[in-house]
Design a protein around this ligand. Structure first.
Ligand code: TXA
Ligand code: MG
Length: 326
């Protein structure tokens, strides 16, 4: 059963408590309803992907109550602070580099070194974010492949019974998602057009890379858009999938009872929980890569992970990690 919470003080407090406890709450923003979870809690983030039925671990947007809170977790340059001062709160998402001490779960950013951050322009959303006191990761609150919801009713149509609650703050004013702008490299690049116009952005920071000609922009977007490349974020060490045995000079990414004999083992989930495994996947790959390199190991062997539910997304990522390097 999904609770429908009224967007008053009590409803907001209840929604914040559920989020702090690791539960999922859909909430309205000025653009669309988001499917929120505590971004610092990897299991809550994994539960977001499970609830959406997403085939991939797409990186999620982290929502903050103000720019100061956001910029404690990512590195803001002059362009970012200028845009934040003029357009936040508002329908602009900025992709920036994570700070080394950023507490956001790696899964929320799909293992990337960058993080998408935004301050929504909605009094209820802002009150909720202040009450939670942690960044809230939130993709649009629809099942994968369905259109983005702009009312609590739409949210329930897709997610009833799959999330703890929806905080009903009425229909969304903007109705299209936020503009996603990549500022993590040298030039600014539009990754997704949305509620904030490119004209408004360019008036503040100068030219933004986009569609001239269209194919060039698309190619650029593909390059920057994680999830679309075959080999993305692969560990340095070679990755061997579906391991039935492991050598003494290999690291092991285990799922369930570990194969014996590995030099070092990272357990994704002793109980073979796909949600737990998803939550630990990127940490595991990074940790084994680091330790394996330090100890001169030959590669990372990965035990089979069942190909259903979140296992689909886990296997998709593992296949990318194991893909031949260009
Ligand atoms: O208006 C919105 O942005 C809504 C509300 C809830 O805030 N959220 C939303 O989230 O639309 P979602 O997950 O449906 O879309 C996030 C977009 C995706 O296109 C994703 O690829 C991109 O942001 N994105 C997120 N993190 C990124 C990163 N580190 N690098 C590049 N793109 C990123
Ligand atoms: Mg979406």
């Amino acid at each position: 059963m999904t609770l429908v919470l009224t967007a008053d003080e009590a409803g907001i407090a209840r929604a914040a408590a559920i989020l702090r406890d690791g539960g999922l709450v859909a909430f309205g923003t000025e653009t669309v309803y988001g499917l929120g979870g505590d971004a610092t809690n990897a299991e809550a983030v994994a539960a977001i992907f499970a609830a959406k039925g997403r085939p991939h671990f797409n990186p999620l947007i982290c929502h903050y109550p103000d720019a100061a809170a956001a910029f404690r977790h990512v590195v803001a340059d002059a362009r970012a602070t200028t845009l934040a001062a003029a357009l936040w709160p508002g329908p602009l998402t900025m992709v920036l580099r994570r700070r080394p001490d950023c507490p956001v779960a790696l899964l929320a950013g799909a293992g990337l070194d960058t993080l998408a951050v935004r301050v929504p322009d909605h009094p209820v959303a802002l009150a909720l974010l202040r009450a939670v006191g942690r960044p809230v990761a939130a993709p649009s609150a629809n099942r994968s492949g369905q259109v983005s919801p702009t009312t609590a009713r739409h949210v329930l149509d897709g997610l009833e019974g799959r999330i703890a609650a929806v905080l009903d703050s009425g229909p969304c004013a903007v109705g299209v998602e936020s503009t996603v702008l990549d500022l993590s490299g040298g030039g600014a690049a539009l990754l997704r057009p949305g509620g904030a116009t490119v004209e408004a952005i360019e008036a503040l920071i100068g030219p933004v890379g986009r569609g001239i000609p269209h194919v060039v922009a698309q190619a650029a977007r593909r390059l920057r858009s994680p999830g679309l490349m075959v080999s993305h974020y692969a560990p340095t060490l070679p990755v061997r999938l579906n391991a039935r045995s492991v050598a003494a000079d290999e690291a092991l990414l285990a799922f369930g009872p570990p194969l014996p004999g590995a030099a070092v083992t990272f357990q994704l989930s002793t109980t073979e929980s796909l949600t737990e495994a998803a939550a630990r996947l990127f940490d595991g790959l990074r940790q084994l890569d680091g330790e394996g390199l330090a100890r001169g190991l030959r590669g990372i062997a990965v035990m089979p992970v069942p190909d259903h539910d979140l296992g689909l997304a886990i296997n998709d990522r593992l296949q990318r990690a194991a893909a031949p390097r260009g």
